[in-house]
Design a binder for this molecule. Structure first.
Ligand code: UD1
Length: 368
């Protein structure tokens, strides 16, 4: 029997782990234990994803909750060590740990396992924004530096890991597990009546999501972005599901009222995976600072205006439908106008973003 521990913590982890669990389930002689760190605990950021993705409930819940980076990371580290020490029921130790993405939970769980001699497989390895002010970039660097198997979603990741001195035998280009989930769920999502409920029609609205500290934590940055959205919403309705961090800042800066009084802006609480996929897949444009949405929009062929100065996912700009806008309100307006006029670039879907990445990963991890 091979005993695998798998870890999720925050919203973008769930859709990456779901196809992996499904692929691993097909192997006889493999037992997986799903550990939820509890970094995200609101039902809209966590529970709803388990339901939407048909994922088993976590076998172990660490309930670490929110906190400063050091606190949150330390709590995961301490609790993961205990869980890994306990081992799977009926056996001495876990054979491997699988982590996904770049959130605090990913890095902390990796550190706990590696120090106990448990090999770690990192899914979505090798991505680099080269922006060390992003907590996720630090998490990526640390996780990759100490992981044993590095499973990469786009070719530049191979190059980054080579430059950092990783042994080629550790590194595998496997494709994108997030797109596995998207392709698996797309037709069911599009049958939902969420567009009718929000009063929008296919191709006649945009989606906005913002939550990165660089965009939402300063009033001088967030204010002008909100002004452009209010202006654009006169020509194109905008659906804006608001992340808890962003909600707090909008309220603190007195910007929430501006959004509420704009007739074309449809404010929503954070949405479940299926509802949100129904919306993104039928939208005209996506304005976002999310990492995952840059990839999902490229897979869907929908323009993505990325509110970041840099990206760890360059293929979405070079080959896909994304353009880096930074926090530049004028650039945002210009590109939204291109979308509305139909002159915005077209993109294509990267190789291996084909719905089968999790199967390739399962083979490597079980075999390895
Ligand atoms: C985290 C990840 C980020 C990911 C994002 C998706 C890190 C460093 N960042 O950022 O990479 O893109 O999740 O959402 O791991 N909060 C709630 N309810 C919750 C969870 C958080 O209200 O269920 C509040 C917290 O109190 C905190 C804020 O949201 O004030 C931020 O939460 P946190 O998990 O620390 O980081 P995110 O900004 O969500």
């Amino acid at each position: 029997m091979v005993y695998l521990a798998t870890v999720v913590g925050a919203r973008p982890n769930f859709m990456k782990m779901a196809p992996l669990l499904r692929a691993l389930d097909k192997y006889e002689g493999v037992t997986t234990t799903l550990i939820h760190t509890g970094q995200h605990y609101d039902s809209q950021l966590s529970d709803v994803f388990f339901r939407d993705l048909g994922m088993k409930h976590p076998d172990i819940h660490l309930e670490v909750g929110s906190g400063k980076h050091g606190q949150q990371t330390a709590r995961v580290l301490e609790k993961m060590e205990e869980v890994l020490e306990d081992g799977p029921t009926g056996s001495g130790a876990y054979d491997r740990l699988i982590v996904v993405g770049d959130v605090n939970s990913t890095m902390a769980a990796t550190l706990a396992a590696v120090k106990m001699g448990i090999p770690v497989a990192h899914v979505e390895a090798g991505l680099r924004s080269r922006d060390r002010t992003m907590p996720e970039e630090i998490n990526r660097l640390v996780t990759d530096a100490i992981s044993d198997m590095l499973l990469v979603s786009e070719p530049e990741g191979l190059e980054n890991l080579k430059q950092e001195g990783h042994d080629e035998r550790q590194v595998h280009l496997v494709g994108n597990v997030m797109i596995d989930t998207l392709l698996h769920q797309l037709s069911a999502a599009r049958k939902l009546d969420v567009l009718e409920q929000l009063g929008v029609r296919p191709d006649e609205y945009g989606i906005v999501t913002l939550h990165r500290p660089s965009n939402v934590d300063q009033a001088e940055t967030l204010g002008p972005l909100i002004d452009v959205m209010v202006q654009i919403s006169r020509d194109l309705k905008l659906v804006f599901p608001v992340h808890p961090r962003t909600k707090a800042r909008l309220e603190a800066f007195g910007l929430m009222e501006k959004l509420k009084s704009a007739a074309g802006v449809i404010l929503q609480p954070p949405m479940g995976y299926m509802e949100f996929l129904a919306l993104t897949s039928q939208s005209r444009v996506i304005v976002t600072d999310s990492g995952g949405l840059q990839e999902e929009s490229t897979a869907l062929g929908i323009p993505c205006l990325t509110m970041r100065e840099n990206t760890e996912r360059p293929i979405t700009v070079e080959m896909g439908t994304s353009t880096l806008i930074g926090s530049d309100a004028d650039k945002l307006r210009l590109h939204l106008e291109q979308v509305l006029q139909g002159t915005y670039k077209k993109g294509s879907c990267p190789e291996l973003w084909d719905g089968k990445a999790a199967e390739r990963i399962a083979e490597i991890v079980v075999g390895g």
